[in-house]
Design a protein around this ligand. Structure first.
Ligand SMILES: [Zn+2]
Ligand SMILES: [Zn+2]
Ligand SMILES: [Zn+2]
Length: 552
């Protein structure tokens, strides 16, 4: 079969399906997609709400709980612990299949009858204001944590400790305001760094210690703006420019950006790869158009996957093989599903754990051979599954993700609006819903920003009683005791913006999950990069080969 150009049924843009793509679709027995990769990614992310949280009663105990579902949703919502309890049975909601109706209608009815967990915290302790945490303890407002301890405010923070206000950090400790950093400690306001310690405002540095505002350095210590300094000069700089002053951070980052405009910049971040395209890919082979992959092979259109093997179209998933159109899944042979952990051979299911051979199920644990939460024998299951797949092919439902109208979230409630932002009007035009009454508080402030203590010695625990007012969006926010200690210990300013504004700023620093054509500034070879055409004009972007020659 040859490569084929198709027109996306949603955005009407052209997209290409290659021979390899066709082989993948044939292997897992699905038709080629009708939507372009971007629209497919957008649809999956619509089903994930990381950080719009509500206060509401639990539908089980009536207790007031924190929930990612607003009080208006159709289905019952249980507190996480209640949801995991064994005094209710998701199988009680089982339904027969009706071949006179589209299958998704029936899946939707089932999903709207079974209780949902208010937030999804698995094997975590004291993380009730966080969401989608795994194996973590004492984390506050971190969304997407894996194996973290005492981390506050962030999104995608994995295997990290004692860190505040970060985005996409891994194996790091005592970091603050870092984006896409790995294996670092006491690193502040830095981006794309690996193994850097006690440093501030670095970009694309490796193995650096006591550096400030540097770009592209390796194995260096005591450098300021890429120039060597003595230990005394370094100390003196920090005395003259304390981090508690906003002007210090502005100055360092402005000088750093000046350096980025003249120093060769890599077109792609990642290492130990063969034949990959995208950004932030490590230890992988034959992975294309994918972003934030820790390891994997033979996969495409994957976004935030720890280990991707032979999979297409996955988002926010730890370890997957032979998966397609999945969101937050870990396991093998999963198609069109959300939040399926440690399971295999799962189709169109949601919130199922340690299971195999499920179709259209919700909330099951340790189950096999179930359809719409109803138990069948292995033989019955196989026959009925075959009939349902044929039925779904006839109705055009087979092979994609869940349809848009099944998402319990409005566009601006879900994470999709951060990765693919739309205005209310455009979202509505594109068939999404929008929520106008997302909870927030204004006008309750108890302290003026100028009255916040400037000297870290004076940060007192009773600051947790104060209500602050974001200087950017005017919404109110509070501090917690652990973060006050963090600012005090690390001599940092108390943030003058709310978590959402701080988070949005960090998100804006990351390249989007798109690839643009470009030309290497050195050898003029054609490159594919996540730097937009505008960024390519701003920074000298080199191909990997030229970058390696220049820097190493
Ligand atoms: Zn499209
Ligand atoms: Zn704000
Ligand atoms: Zn080049």
């Amino acid at each position: 079969m040859n490569n084929e150009n198709k027109v996306c049924e949603k955005c009407k843009k052209d997209f290409e399906i290659t021979q390899d793509d066709f082989s993948f679709y044939q292997k897992i027995k699905v038709p080629a997609p009708l939507m372009c990769p971007q629209c497919r990614q957008q649809l999956r992310m619509l089903f994930r709400n990381f950080k719009t949280l509500y206060k509401r009663p639990s539908s089980k105990s009536g207790k007031n709980i924190v929930s990612m579902y607003s009080p208006e949703v159709k289905f019952p919502v249980y507190e996480s612990e209640e949801w995991w309890g064994d005094d209710w049975d998701p199988m009680d909601y089982g339904k027969n299949v009706d071949f006179s109706r589209p299958f998704f209608e029936q899946v939707y009815e089932l999903f709207n009858s079974v209780p949902h967990s208010a937030i999804v915290n698995t094997k975590s302790v004291n993380c009730e204001y966080s969401n989608f945490t795994f194996g973590s303890s004492n984390c506050y407002l971190v969304f997407g944590c894996v194996d973290d301890e005492e981390c506050d405010y962030g999104h995608i923070v994995w295997n990290s400790k004692d860190s505040v206000d970060n985005l996409y950090i891994f194996k790091s400790e005592s970091c603050y305001e870092c984006v896409d950093c790995l294996g670092s400690a006491k690193l502040y306001y830095s981006q794309e760094c690996e193994s850097c310690v006690d440093s501030i405002g670095l970009f694309d540095c490796r193995n650096c210690l006591n550096c400030i505002g540097c770009v592209g350095l390796m194995n260096k210590s005591y450098h300021i703006f890429d120039q060597p300094v003595t230990k005394e000069e370094y100390k003196d700089f920090l005395i003259r420019h304390p981090l508690t002053e906003e002007s210090t951070i502005e100055y360092i980052l402005k000088e750093q950006d000046k350096l980025r405009k003249v120093i060769p910049q890599r077109s792609f971040f990642g290492s130990h790869n063969t034949d990959v395209s995208g950004n932030h890919i490590y230890n992988s082979g034959n992975i294309h158009h994918s972003f934030d992959i820790k390891s994997g092979e033979d996969s495409k259109y994957c976004f935030i996957v720890r280990k991707a093997v032979d999979s297409y179209d996955a988002s926010f998933s730890p370890d997957i093989s032979e998966c397609y159109q999945v969101l937050a899944c870990t396991g093998s042979k999963i198609i069109g599903s959300h939040l399926v952990y440690d399971s295999n051979d799962i189709l169109y299911s949601d919130s199922c754990f340690n299971s195999n051979d499920l179709l259209g199920c919700f909330g099951l644990r340790k189950k096999s051979y179930c359809i719409l939460n109803k138990q069948y024998t292995k033989e019955e299951y196989e026959v009925l599954k075959g009939r349902i797949i044929e039925h779904m092919k006839e109705t055009g439902e087979w092979g994609g993700f869940f349809p848009l109208w099944m998402s319990p979230f409005a566009y601006n409630e879900s994470i999709v609006n951060e990765y693919i932002p739309l205005t209310k009007q455009t979202a509505l035009e594109q068939g999404f819903t929008w929520k106008d009454n997302i909870p927030s508080t204004k006008g309750q402030g108890t302290i003026q920003m100028e009255n916040l203590p400037k000297n870290p010695e004076e940060y007192k625990d009773d600051l947790i009683k104060e209500i602050l007012t974001c200087e950017s969006c005017e919404k109110n926010y509070k501090l917690i005791s652990r973060e006050i200690n963090f600012y005090k210990k690390n001599k940092l300013a108390i943030p003058r913006k709310c978590f959402n504004c701080r988070h949005a700023k960090r998100m804006s620093l990351r390249n989007s999950r798109n690839l643009w054509s470009g030309i290497c500034k050195k050898c003029s070879k054609e490159i594919k990069t996540s730097y937009t055409p505008e960024d390519q004009k701003k920074y000298p972007i080199y191909c990997e080969k030229c970058y390696q020659q220049e820097v190493y």
